[in-house]
Design a protein around this ligand. Structure first.
Ligand SMILES: *[C@@H]1O[C@H](CO)[C@@H](O)[C@H](O)[C@H]1NC(C)=O
Ligand SMILES: *[C@@H]1O[C@H](CO)[C@@H](O)[C@H](O)[C@H]1NC(C)=O
Ligand SMILES: *[C@@H]1O[C@H](CO)[C@@H](O)[C@H](O)[C@H]1NC(C)=O
Ligand SMILES: CC(=O)N[C@H]1CO[C@H](CO)[C@@H](O)[C@@H]1O
Length: 487
């Protein structure tokens, strides 16, 4: 039953917020505190190593914003802001000596979607070294991250959204399991072969490293000399990774300028606009939904035009939506054979397999309504075999195709979607008004605040879809009335 996809599943795998792989650290909730209290000057280090940093850039501690790069004077559009030579980024190198063959073995056991852990192992190795080349970089990394693997069980529940809760639990289970694999792999190693200098690596340390990488790493093309020139390589880019995200960024990152002047630099960041004094430098991390922003980066974007609600298609879903808005339509659960054919062409007929990825549909985002769910609503409300061919499926899936089966069918289809939205909203334990009141009353910490903002944005996405569909219903009704008058 589709409702179960909303049930909040919580395993008690919350991980203590106490990364502790090598140096003693005090725990604090704000990302402004770094691994050590007086880390080396990162700007100086980058310049000394042959990198370029625009003279009007400083590292600033902005309250409620975090630690970032800020312009200390106006910077004109087009200026180079930061450039890094190839030896500064930290990457997972498969071929650097015997001690890392343990790391290479471990890396092979990490599932593809948890890519951040692989480079995370390298980061932990460098963090444990007393004289790491990257120590000036690593010591400046935040000591804690606000990604949900560090939320306690109650705050995970407060996300109120099963798809992200499942992802968080999956990551937590992985970390607990991977910790054992790491322990086994290093158990009988001599100190000089030990990839972490003989130190214990627990799940918190692994979580810290995974979060440090997922929130900061960039994917660059493989370097010229490697065989994998077309493959992406994940790298940590010192300093550049202190630029925060914006959908309207003032800076942009470039790789591999092969002209003579820049040949010795691997990447550079350039000002896209004029940057005013005290403005933070921002890059666009990607047009992503809030699930990814929260899981990988530890923040949510409000508003986020790319945020979506994910659900599983089931005939009873549309049926329930129909009941909610009280419209009269044929039985969604027993489609006629021609309707079934269309559902099958839309890959929405796989009802035996609950887990089938084909049944995943979305509401919200730039398309507002998943084309397949729109087409299904249109098809299931049509009374008899229509003269539609498969080549018309794209039209049926398009919101901008106006009433492909006629106005009354379109009204029913749109109302079904509105009903679906109402059902989704009812399934959340709280509404937006209550969430806003909770935020106003004051929350226990950054985790609870993020959980509430996350679920509020999900609800606004649905409210927005409802508003858009209602506007379309109104317009269609007007049109229907006008043609009735003129007939
Ligand atoms: C980055 O930007 C997001 C979205 O504006 C904000 O919520 C977050 O606090 C910022 N993070 C830092 C470290 O500045
Ligand atoms: C749709 O709703 C109407 C009125 O509420 C009801 O009579 C009808 O059986 C419903 N159809 C389905 C398929 O549930
Ligand atoms: C939200 O829930 C409260 C309490 O259940 C209710 O009084 C209020 O009308 C609801 N607000 C909206 C916008 O639905
Ligand atoms: C076949 C069928 O039930 N069509 C219905 C689609 O929705 C409109 C509007 O509610 C009804 O009038 C049709 O009967």
């Amino acid at each position: 039953m589709w409702r179960s996809s909303w049930g909040v599943v919580v395993l008690s795998t919350s991980i203590a917020v106490s990364p502790s792989c090598c140096r003693p650290i005090t725990v604090s909730y704000y990302s402004t505190s770094r691994l050590v209290s007086h880390p080396p000057d990162l700007l100086k280090w980058v310049r000394r190593e042959g990198g370029f940093v625009h003279p009007s850039i400083k590292i600033a501690d902005v309250p409620s914003y975090g630690l970032g790069l800020v312009a200390s004077h106006d910077i004109p559009q087009g200026s180079d802001l930061i450039a890094l030579p190839p030896h500064l980024p930290l990457r997972f190198d498969e071929s650097n000596g015997a001690s890392s063959s343990v790391l290479t073995d471990l890396a092979l056991r990490i599932p593809e979607e948890l890519w951040a852990m692989k480079l995370g192992l390298k980061l932990l190795q460098e963090r444990a070294k007393t004289s790491s080349f990257w120590w000036p970089y690593i010591s400046n990394l935040p000591e804690t991250y606000s990604v949900p693997i560090f939320f306690d069980g109650t705050n995970i529940q407060k996300l109120q959204y099963a798809p992200i809760v499942n992802q968080v639990n999956k990551r937590c289970r992985f970390l607990l399991d991977f910790k054992h694999q790491v322990e086994e792999a290093v158990a009988n190693l001599e100190k000089e072969d030990h990839p972490f200098g003989g130190q214990d690596i627990d799940s918190s340390a692994l979580g810290w490293a995974m979060a440090a990488v997922s929130s900061r790493a960039f994917r660059l093309y493989g370097d010229k000399h490697s065989e994998n020139i077309h493959e992406y390589v994940l790298m940590l880019l010192p300093l550049i990774d202190m630029c925060n995200h914006s959908f309207n960024p003032n800076a942009k990152i470039f790789q591999g300028q092969h002209n003579a002047e820049n040949a010795k630099m691997l990447v550079k960041v350039v000002a896209e606009n004029d940057i005013k004094r005290d403005d933070p430098l921002e890059l666009n991390y990607g047009n992503m939904n809030n699930d990814l922003f929260l899981l990988d980066y530890g923040f949510v974007m409000v508003p986020n035009p790319y945020d979506q609600i994910e659900l599983r298609y089931h005939p009873s879903l549309l049926e329930a939506a129909n009941v909610t808005v009280g419209i009269n339509s044929p039985c969604f659960s027993s489609p006629t054979s021609w309707q079934s054919e269309f559902l099958s062409a839309l890959k929405l007929d796989d009802q035996d397999s609950w887990a089938s990825p084909n049944l995943k549909v979305t509401l919200g985002g730039p398309d507002l309504v998943d084309g397949r769910i729109l087409a299904a609503s249109r098809i299931l409300n049509a009374s008899h075999l229509k003269t539609v061919s498969e080549s018309e499926l794209p039209t049926l899936q398009s919101l901008s195709a106006e009433a492909p089966f006629g106005i009354s069918n379109e009204l029913a289809a749109l109302r079904t979607i509105i009903g679906l939205c109402m059902l989704i909203l009812q399934n959340f334990p709280t509404n937006i008004t209550e969430d806003a009141a909770l935020l106003k009353e004051g929350v226990s910490g950054i985790s609870e605040e993020l959980a509430i903002r996350f679920r509020m944005e999900k609800k606004s996405v649905i409210v927005n879809v409802m508003r858009e569909m209602s506007n379309r219903v109104k317009l269609l009704q007007q049109r229907a009335n006008e043609s009735a008058v003129s007939a």
